[in-house]
Structure formats: structure tokens, C-alpha cells
Design a protein around this ligand. Structure first.
Ligand SMILES: O=C(O)CCC(=O)C(=O)O
Ligand SMILES: [Fe+2]
Length: 278
């Protein structure tokens, strides 16, 4: 029997988005010491701090972040889940359950659009881990001298990006040029990540993006990452290799993550190394 798919998703209720946004603004506006109660611990990605700090010599991105694994629920490490503002944990929980199916619906439509059986993609991401990275970019008077988040691609499958306040800052790279993305109020931005590029044998392209900062206003965003099964070996799925030409090397997802988190952000270069010569 064919698997019944949930074809329709009505999006995230406005109230859920509004609550998360309010709580994020409130959390990040606290003094540093209060936020540091949830600081990252060595060899652990979760918590409050900065991502991609790998040496004392690198120029740091102009941002702080709070990263949490939100799904599956039994994988949550509540040590890093702030209890101020009081509704914050609930807001994150509601947002992650309301977005549970959105990524899967999108993957299903994307597979159909290119004539591939949706199950081949869905089975990789259904019920797997999700991470929420909440980014805080303080204003910088010399905004043109810093970057909020250096050029990178996301490692997972899909990313749903929510711009929390009305300050724009996301840019994507197309053909070597940077383009600003105008985030619409009430809309989520969907980015494709490295895992999906490899699985789809390049049919879906992982987008290189970065975040710039504003000279006088703070900016906040929240990126929800849909990850594949943690012990998966990633290589192009047979359904996407119809002409028989595999264009990417095989890599374990753990190795892909290790490479990602132990080096400075580096545009699409890591992904380029995954490509087999034509
Ligand atoms: O803040 C943004 O708009 C981008 C965030 C992002 O790319 C990320 O968290 O991976
Ligand atoms: Fe990103």
C-alpha cells in the first residue's frame, strides 16, 4: 500500500511565530551574564556563544547565537534551554512542533517536481534530528568592515529561516555576486543544504549565503535545520542518478559535520571538494 502523505500544510500559526519572536528579542536583550548561564560547553554545539571559532587568530563573526537540538523531543538537553523569559521553552517547543511537517511537505513537493518518488527523500529526514540556531547580530558602526555570519552553506537537508525583527541582512551568492534577500513578514525562507545537494546528485543546489549587519540596529534570525539520520552514509540516491553518472563522493554524515564544525566557514569550498571530476 502506498504511504499516505500529508500533502497540505497550513504553515505556522501567527501566534506561534509572534511568541517565539518576542521571547527571542527578550532573551537576547538580557545582560551577558544572564545569557552565559546557558553557555556552550567544550565539545558540545548546544548553548549560548559563538559558532565556528576554531583558532585564536581568526576574525570573528559579529554575532552571538543560541543553538539547541529541538527534535526528537527526547534528545533535548534542557541545560541549555533558557527559562527566561518564562514562556521561552514553550515558544521553542511550539515552533518546532508546528514546523515538524513543513520540511517534509517541501521535500515531497520537490521530489515530485523532478519526477522522483518522494519516499526516497522523505525516508532520509522523517523523524530525524532538528536543530534551531537563533542568531543575534548586534549593530556595528563599521558595518561594512564586519560580517554577521561568514559565507557558508548549511550542512543538513533543508533550512527554514525566520527573520525575527524587521532588519534585513541575509544575502545569497549567485554566480559570484551577492544578492540581498528581502525577508517578507510572515514568510519563512527555505534554503537547501549540502546533504540535499549530494543526495540529489546536484539537482538541488546548496545555496551559499551570509549575513551582514546593520550600523545602528540589532538583527535576530532563527534557522531551523532538518538533519538526516545521524549514522547515515551520504551519497547520491539511485533515484537521482538516472543517467548513471554519480557526481559526488560518498561521506558519512558524521564526517561531513566534523569537517563543518572544525573549520572556519568557507563558502561552497567544502562542498566543491565533495564533487567528483567530470
Ligand atoms: O541570519 C541569517 O539570515 C542567516 C543565518 C544562517 O545562515 C544560519 O544560521 O545558518
Ligand atoms: Fe546558514
Amino acid at each position: 500500500m502506498q504511504q499516505k502523505l500529508q500533502l497540505i500544510n497550513h504553515g505556522v500559526p501567527d501566534e506561534v511565530i509572534a511568541n517565539l519572536k518576542n521571547d527571542l528579542v527578550e532573551f537576547f536583550s538580557q545582560p551577558l551574564d544572564a545569557k552565559k548561564e546557558y553557555s556552550q560547553l567544550p565539545n558540545n554545539l548546544e548553548g549560548y556563544g559563538q559558532a565556528f571559532v576554531v583558532s585564536d587568530n581568526q576574525k570573528l563573526d559579529w554575532a552571538d547565537m543560541l543553538y539547541l537540538q529541538v527534535c526528537p523531543t527526547d534528545s533535548r538537553d534542557l541545560r541549555f534551554w533558557p527559562n527566561y523569559p518564562a514562556s521561552f521553552r514553550h515558544s521553542i517547543d511550539a515552533y518546532s512542533s508546528e514546523t515538524e511537517n513543513i520540511g517534509l511537505c517541501l521535500l515531497q513537493f520537490m521530489a515530485k517536481a523532478v519526477g522522483v518518488e518522494p519516499k526516497s527523500l522523505l525516508s532520509v529526514f522523517e523523524g530525524q534530528a532538528r536543530g534551531l540556531r537563533m542568531n543575534y547580530y548586534p549593530p556595528c558602526l563599521k558595518a561594512d568592515k564586519v560580517l554577521g555570519l561568514s559565507p557558508h552553506t548549511d550542512p543538513g537537508g533543508l533550512t527554514l529561516l525566520l527573520q525575527v525583527n524587521d532588519v534585513q541582512g541575509l544575502q545569497i551568492n549567485k554566480d559570484g555576486k551577492w544578492f540581498s534577500v528581502n525577508a517578507l513578514n510572515g514568510a519563512l525562507i527555505v534554503n537547501i543544504g549540502d546533504t540535499l545537494e549530494i543526495l540529489s546528485n546536484g539537482k538541488f543546489r546548496s545555496v551559499e549565503h551570509r549575513a551582514v549587519v546593520h550600523p545602528s540596529r540589532e538583527r535576530i534570525s532563527a534557522a531551523l535545520f532538518y538533519y538526516p539520520c545521524q549514522d547515515m552514509v551520504i551519497s547520491p540516491l539511485p533515484d537521482f542518478v538516472k543517467d548513471g553518472k554519480v557526481k559526488y563522493k560518498t561521506i558519512s554524515y558524521q564526517d561531513l559535520l566534523t569537517e563543518y564544525f572544525t573549520a572556519e566557514l568557507d563558502g561552497r569550498n567544502r562542498l566543491k571538494k565533495m564533487k567528483l571530476e567530470p
